[in-house]
Design a protein around this ligand. Structure first.
Ligand code: AMP
Ligand code: MG
Length: 484
């Protein structure tokens, strides 16, 4: 298999990473492969067994410079000065047809110098979840790392029980995290911090160099992308689940899918993650945690923002306010689009909030409520309308919504177009992912995962009703696990 690597991270000083090779596995078997993504990077066609060898790390090419990256992180608010890639190895960087640079990383490829007590391995179940959800996010239009390949190792991994092992290949704009900056900041390594900030700007925010204070421009760029991503999550009912600073990307991509989940019925404080006992990363906490993480990034760069301590603190406090205002404004605008308002006024924002209240009080499905509203406006039948038609509070709300829509200088078709671009018909529902994982891990059957994935790649189109449906009582998944 021929691949062009052009590595830059491995040219950085040695404190940034540790050279490290994947540990070979017994029987690599290719389970899933993303052909369209592979084509973007000019991967030459190859056999399944060549792909299995390559994406298990059993066979490396000459141009790869495998490394594990150093980073720190605040985990549930507690600072850990040294985390790093404990079970991931960056093989190198590849360019797509537009000359954009991406990292190619193996996850679950064996121990690294950052593994601490861990085995460096990944279980198949969580890797299927990451594969499916990353691609679904991308198709929904949410900035995300991508899934290129999934290989089973033929070796068990020991968690609470023995589970089938897997290696997941991830493509990311980079693996620079808020925690990468914290790693050097906590060591008072200002020289490395400056190198890192300039590397990040070159790679993701080159326009920052044009500004009088490039570091402030860089922080504003990060603010813009991170606020957009969080708002995009919220507009689709997504809960990341582990918004630790080491899981927060500088490029703004959603990264490190652990116990993430999409909500079925709307509940503003919803938590799925089994390890998030206090709801720190609940659905409605995500903007506040995004701000908290951003503040950690700003603090790490304080000395670059200005050598004058007071001035630097003032600029950072200004950036924090801007972050809060930006995320609030973006969230209002994004949610308003879901009910057809492209230039929302105060009363439209109130209308969104009152809809969310109705949804929460009546435990309505987050995704299907909007599909139903759209069908109602279009005058179309909607096969899953049962839970909505006789809902009095929703009917009342719809009457005020319809009357407000009449004030808009827009045709029904224009309003429906706005709504249809924001409201997916299918999301990766927990019970469907659980079912796909069970079939793959218990019966070596990947057909459910593949079928689900295919439907999720066109989330705004009609699809099989069964995949759109919320779970029945006995299918409900209330807890998700990170599987580390
Ligand atoms: P995560 O919860 O996946 O974001 O991981 C948090 C930290 O734990 C990172 O430094 C990971 O590299 C490390 N880690 C997670 N699972 C393992 C494992 N099985 N072996 C070694 N390190 C791990
Ligand atoms: Mg992580």
């Amino acid at each position: 298999m021929k691949l062009q690597f052009q590595n830059t991270y491995s040219q950085l000083p040695s404190a940034f990473y540790s050279p490290c090779r994947p540990t070979s596995v017994a029987h690599p078997t290719l389970l899933l492969f993303n052909d369209p993504l592979a084509e973007e990077f000019g991967f030459l066609p190859s056999t399944e067994s060549e792909k299995a060898d390559f994406f298990s790390g059993n066979k490396l090419s000459q141009e790869m410079e495998p490394i594990s990256l150093a980073y720190a992180g605040h985990q549930f608010g507690h600072f850990v000065p040294s985390l790093g890639d404990g079970r991931a190895i960056l093989l190198g960087e590849i360019l797509n047809s537009k000359n954009q640079r991406f990292d190619l990383q193996l996850k679950g490829s064996g121990r690294t110098p950052f593994s601490r007590g861990g085995d460096g391995r990944a279980a198949l179940g969580p890797m299927i979840r990451e594969y499916i959800v990353s691609e679904a996010m991308h198709a929904l239009g949410i900035s995300s790392t991508r899934s290129l390949a999934l290989v089973s190792t033929g070796e068990p991994v020991a968690r609470e029980s023995l589970l089938p092992g897997a290696i997941f290949t991830r493509v990311a704009a980079s693996h620079l995290r808020v925690g990468t900056f914290e790693y050097f900041a906590c060591r008072d390594d200002y020289k490395s911090l400056k190198i890192l900030a300039e590397y990040a700007m070159n790679r993701h925010y080159p326009e920052a160099f044009e500004h009088k204070n490039p570091y402030v421009a860089f922080l504003r760029g990060v603010m813009d992308r991170q606020t957009t991503t969080i708002v995009d999550w919220m507009s689709k009912g997504f809960i990341h689940g582990v918004m630790n600073t080491d899981n927060f990307s500088i490029s703004g991509e959603t990264i490190d899918y652990g116990p993430c989940a999409f909500m079925d019925e709307f509940s503003s404080g919803k938590v799925f993650s089994s390890i998030d006992r206090n709801g720190r990363y609940a659905y409605n906490q995500q903007p506040a945690i995004g701000l908290w993480n951003y503040l950690m990034l700003c603090k790490s760069l304080a000395f670059l923002v200005s050598r004058d301590f007071t001035k630097s603190q003032n600029i950072i406090s200004q950036l924090d306010s801007e972050f809060s205002e930006m995320i609030e404004a973006k969230l209002k605008a994004k949610m308003a689009l879901k009910i057809g308002f492209s230039s929302p006024e105060g009363q439209d924002v109130t209308l969104v909030n009152s809809l969310l209240e109705v949804m929460e009080q009546n435990s309505l499905d987050f995704t299907l409520t909007f599909t139903y509203l759209q069908a109602q406006l279009a005058g179309e039948n909607f096969a899953l309308e049962r839970e909505f038609v006789e809902n009095e509070p929703l009917n009342l709300w719809m009457a005020s919504w319809r009357s407000r829509l009449k004030d808009l200088p827009l045709t029904k078709e224009q309003i429906l177009k706005v709504m249809s671009q924001e409201n997916p018909r299918i999301i990766p529902r927990n019970h469907r992912i659980a079912e796909a994982i069970e079939a793959a891990t218990q019966q070596d059957d990947l057909s459910l995962a593949k079928n689900l994935l295919t439907a999720l790649l066109s989330p705004y189109d009609s699809c099989e009703l069964a995949l759109m449906e919320p779970p029945k009582l006995e299918q409900r998944v209330q807890k998700t696990f990170c599987g580390t």
